[in-house]
Design a binder for this molecule. Structure first.
Ligand code: LLP
Length: 429
């Protein structure tokens, strides 16, 4: 389910019409649906019912304080990758004792901060990092809870930039080296306590098979670690993919119901059903770290058409959002559906490139796509931009960061102001 649909010819987010919202707050504008975020959280939580578990939202996907607060209120845990993300979680009312700290390059200051806040676990990515964690914890007179990230060498079959579980990726410790590392930790590192094992094979996985393969492969390893070292949790990472194409096809409500079994997106139900039995056998607490699954379809980026430009070979629509606001098409060849805020009265389309104002040829949202022929002044929504949208935005070309609005039922609240020109130079000396 997602909260975006046309009503009487106008695009709504839940019960709020988007065109007046965009007129009020200006464009480019990110709009999120609270109902969608909570629905996705609830679906995944329910799908894992058969096993002791925690849904630890991957903050990197969308770290707006109001989004974090929604999830904190539901009792979510958080998967963080920096001191900054931990700071945000705490500011939003999240509990650091339900935070896992991932990432290959934690700094001394970040480790100290996370130890002070008593996070649940450091998900460590190398032996050197584990030894350093032991050292920092020792200096502080505490014991650091830790898990090693195993690289299971499984092909996630996703874009190469978001695949993480193969031996050639920088992430995790080779499967074969894990047991030895836990032995050495037990013998030599008195200031770390091995609390679990972590893995994450990649992002935007649209089939369940790689998850099943990774779970089957790693389950005997976690069972052995539980027996020998008393670990208590297994984090199986995030990565559940979402559907980026055809998101408004059947009115936005449970639209995948209309699709045949094999065309359906990877649902929480299928994910749960396929792995829960094996997870349960381990007797461990299971952590999942979804980002995109929770926030992806819950957000859109609204942009206004500035100009039409008919080149010799192509029609370009120049819009006021750029790759600095939403970089996924440029970076991962990511697809985002583009729909006008006012529903076109005919099904007619024109082949076009929708491009931004940035001085880069990679600054496009689509190429050679057939879309309704929207004109200067009309507004469009780039769909499924709730995850890895705003968080990856930059000030490139000295463009202020867009505003963010959160919709909940009939209510829309500005949850981040658009940056001003002064914000752009604040901090420069
Ligand atoms: N856990 C770890 C250790 C991760 O590295 C990630 C994502 C997640 C969980 C959450 O993955 P998700 O459930 O969202 O797939 N910017 C890219 C995606 C990068 C993902 C990085 N790691 C994109 O826009 O496609």
């Amino acid at each position: 389910m997602h909260g975006f649909s046309y009503r009487n010819g106008s695009l709504y987010c839940e019960n709020v019409e988007l065109a007046p919202l965009a007129a009020e707050y200006g464009t480019p504008l990110y709009v999120y649906s609270a109902g969608t975020i909570l629905d996705h959280y609830g679906r995944l939580d329910a799908a894992l019912d058969g096993v002791e578990h925690e849904v630890a939202y991957a903050v990197k996907a969308n770290s707006n304080l109001s989004v974090l607060r929604l999830l904190a209120e539901k009792g979510a845990g958080f998967d963080i990758v920096s001191g900054g993300e931990l700071f945000r979680v705490i500011k939003a009312g999240g509990d650091p004792r339900h935070c896992t700290f991932a990432g290959v390059g934690k700094t001394c200051e970040e480790i100290q901060y996370a130890l002070e806040q008593e996070i649940y676990s450091f998900n460590v990515e190398s032996e050197e990092e584990l030894r350093y964690l032991n050292e920092v914890a020792g200096e502080m007179g505490v014991v650091a809870p830790a898990a090693v990230r195993v690289n299971p060498n499984v092909d996630a079959k996703t874009h190469k930039y978001i695949s993480t579980g193969k031996s050639e990726n920088k992430f995790g410790v080779d499967f074969e080296k894990i047991e030895g590392l836990y032995e050495r930790a037990a013998a030599e590192l008195p200031n770390v306590r091995m609390r679990g094992l972590q893995m994450h094979i990649g992002s935007q996985l649209t089939s369940v098979a790689p998850f099943v393969e990774a779970v089957e492969k790693v389950a005997p390893l976690v069972e052995s670690l539980k027996e020998r070292h008393g670990i208590e949790f297994w984090s199986i990472g995030g990565g559940i993919g979402i559907v980026y194409e055809g998101s408004l096809e059947s009115g936005g409500v449970a639209w995948w119901e209309a699709k045949s079994e094999d065309e359906r997106p990877l649902t929480a139900e299928v994910y749960g059903k396929s792995i829960v039995p094996r997870l349960r056998e381990t007797g461990l607490k299971i952590i999942v770290e979804p980002g995109r699954f929770i926030a992806g379809n819950a957000g859109v980026l609204i942009s206004k058409c500035l100009y039409e430009k008919k080149g010799a070979a192509k029609t370009f629509k120049v819009v006021d959002a750029g790759m600095n606001d939403l970089i996924r098409p440029a970076l991962y060849e990511g697809h985002h559906d583009i729909v006008p805020l006012i529903e076109p009265s005919t099904g007619e389309t024109v082949e076009m490139d929708v491009v931004g104002p940035i001085c880069e040829s990679g600054d496009f949202f689509c190429q050679n796509r057939k879309l309704p022929d929207f004109q200067r002044g009309e507004m469009i929504a780039l769909m499924s931009a709730g995850a890895y949208g705003f968080v990856m935005a930059s000030n490139y070309n000295s463009r202020p960061l867009p505003a963010e609005v959160l919709v909940d039922g009939d209510r829309a609240a500005l949850v981040r102001k658009r940056q001003t020109m002064d914000d752009l130079i604040a901090g420069e000396l």
